[in-house]
Design a protein around this ligand. Structure first.
Ligand code: AMP
Ligand code: ZN
Length: 437
């Protein structure tokens, strides 16, 4: 296979580490120059006594002040623009996982390079011109809709903007148009599994799916496995955030071992969230990102709050772009119960390894008699077996035992019949903390 068949953008994807670093320095310098024109960075640089001209090597990166979500809120709506407002042609907002949303603006050129990055990701994972692509992502202000739409059109796929929700219609569309490639958030992919099962449809027989791009919310390897096994497809992890355009920031290659960060477009750092000092590759910490190719609204050293690590070593696919490990969760999602730090994804890993556990669960934190309590509510796979007390007790014991092994505390576990737990249409809400209510 020639390089031009393997790569969407061979010149960018085959850059050596050295070439990546050279390009990054050049782009960082011009990004700094651009950023200092914005009201926000102009003031921030002055306040921090930082001279953007003083960046001479990539090691100088650590002198650039961080940007946090609150900065974006404080300069809402236009404070980070470094081009006149009338040069902006699109706006999105962050999904507001936490607190007030923030607005992101794109020039025509920004949209063009974003579409190209998304196309690059999908092509890398095996999507090809002519494929039928169904985007089961919310459209509108959320970036997963139009972000994938334009990327897929750029790639040359027949793109169906089916949007989020409406499971039965989604399945009908998949059947009518022989959809081969989908983009879907993992919790919706799990929900759709239940609907297909209810309808007695085996997707391996009745559908033509081959690839799914799953992302936009934390999910475990176990969830990926379930999705791949049930649909008979390959599922690739897609990471992005609106502050860095949206999807197209980091994506899995066919090796499925980490997500390549497109380092020609983004500078990636992992820092210790307490000291904010960079940590070496291989160590976990907070992901910090800088845009290198955005003209309307560059963002420097953005603290994503997402926790992960960079995987050391080379990827067998040949791309030198660093690999980000699966996101462990957001630092905001971590909760402390009885002195133990817990990420929802740890609970998910345990649950999804138990075959009797269905596709939906919820973690409830509450205070009972002044004591914190963690209740894990779990849907079971089979309605019939809710009536089989002995089996039920066995599953309950197994879940409690395995969770205790992982978390080192004993949660309460409650089994719920299939479809017994609430579903959300966008990103799943897995954690409900009622302790301060
Ligand atoms: P938004 O600002 O609406 O684009 O949401 C971005 C956030 O979604 C990120 O900061 C992550 O917390 C989360 N996210 C996106 N993609 C993934 C992924 N593949 N795995 C885990 N979390 C993700
Ligand atoms: Zn690779």
């Amino acid at each position: 296979m020639s390089d031009y068949e393997k790569f969407w953008d061979a010149p960018a994807e085959t850059l050596t580490r050295e070439a990546i670093r050279d390009l990054q320095l050049k782009r960082l310098q011009s990004t700094l120059d651009r950023a200092s024109r914005s009201e926000f960075y102009g003031a921030k640089f002055k306040e921090a006594g930082f001279d953007p001209q003083s960046v001479k090597t990539l090691d100088d990166l650590c002198r650039i002040p961080f940007t946090v979500k609150q900065d974006l809120r404080d300069s809402y709506p236009y404070g980070l623009l470094c081009e006149p407002r009338d040069r902006m042609v699109r706006m999105h907002v962050s999904s507001g996982t936490t607190g007030q949303a923030t607005a992101i603006f794109y020039t025509r050129k920004d949209l063009d390079s974003w579409a190209d990055l998304v196309a690059r990701c999908m092509y890398m994972a095996g999507a090809r011109p002519g494929d039928v692509f169904q985007n089961l992502s919310g459209y509108g202000l959320f970036t997963g809709g139009l972000g994938f739409q334009y990327g897929a059109e750029r790639l040359g796929m027949l793109t169906i903007p089916s949007g989020a929700g409406n499971s039965r219609r989604q399945i009908q569309i998949m059947r009518d148009f022989s959809t081969g490639v989908i983009h879907i958030i993992p919790s919706f992919a799990l929900l759709l599994m239940d609907v297909l099962t209810e309808q007695g449809i085996d997707p391996r027989e009745a559908l033509s799916l081959k690839i799914a791009f799953i992302g936009a919310e934390p999910h475990s390897e176990e969830v990926r496995q379930r999705i791949e096994d049930f649909y008979g497809i390959k599922a690739y992890n897609s990471y992005g955030l609106s502050e860095m355009n949206g999807p197209g920031v980091a994506f899995e290659c066919p090796c499925q071992n980490g997500l390549h960060v497109w380092e020609d477009a983004y500078l990636v750092e992992i820092v210790n969230p307490r000291t904010l000092e960079p940590v070496p590759d291989g160590e976990y910490g907070e992901l910090v990102m800088t845009t290198l190719a955005r003209e309307g609204m560059p963002i420097l050293r953005y603290r994503t709050k997402d926790l992960s690590r960079l995987i050391p070593g080379d990827c067998p696919c040949g791309r030198a772009h660093k690999r980000l490990d699966r996101i462990q969760g957001r630092s905001d999602d971590m909760f402390i119960i009885k002195g133990v730090n817990v990420f929802p994804i740890q609970v998910e890993q345990v649950l999804m390894n138990i075959p009797e556990v269905g596709n939906n669960y919820q973690i409830l934190l509450r205070r009972q008699n002044n004591l914190d309590e963690m209740l894990v509510r779990v849907e079971v796979t089979d309605r019939m077996f809710v009536e089989d007390m002995r089996r039920l007790q066995g599953v309950l014991k197994k879940i409690t035992h395995d969770l205790k092994g992982e978390l080192l505390l004993t949660p309460k576990v409650e089994l719920v019949e299939p479809n017994g737990l609430p579903r959300s249409e966008g990103k799943a809400v897995r954690l409900i903390d009622q302790r301060d209510m």
